[in-house]
Design a protein around this ligand. Sequence first.
Ligand code: GDP
Length: 138
Amino acid sequence: MERTLAIIKPDGVARGITGEVVKRLEGKDFRIVAMKMIHLSKKQAEGFYAVHQGKPFFESLTDFMSSGPAVVMVLEGEDIIARYRQLMGATNYKEAAEGTIRKDFATDIEKNVVHGSDAPETAAFEMAYFFNHLEIVS
Ligand code: GDP
């Protein structure tokens, strides 16, 4: 069993596709074991995306991620990190495979609807960024 952090980014929440994303998760056997809505401050967005500090899109990305409410979730299942990244699709929606969330809903390389951790170490950091262990059901 593996866990990963998933986010429905502010563009997804603002466009009213939270339900659609959750439906795809539940329909494909991604167990949601924690879920809440948050509105990140600029500082909190910078902390979350600290690995991207110094990149040309860092300012814009952290402005976007703090621009409105987002839904954060912990997903659990076998090989969940890779399986969820497959369901999300490539960062650039133009390169995303058919049937992925980003292919179907993203409008921009930055406003790409969803986030998912890319490795066990980042998943551990990202889950702890938003949830304490009492907030994750087992
Ligand atoms: P992810 O793991 O697929 O989300 O991609 P990355 O970790 O590489 O990037 C994190 C987030 O930064 C992406 O999901 C996008 O929202 C944003 N991003 C990545 N590359 C670019 C870029 O070239 N330009 C802009 N504006 N945003 C980007």
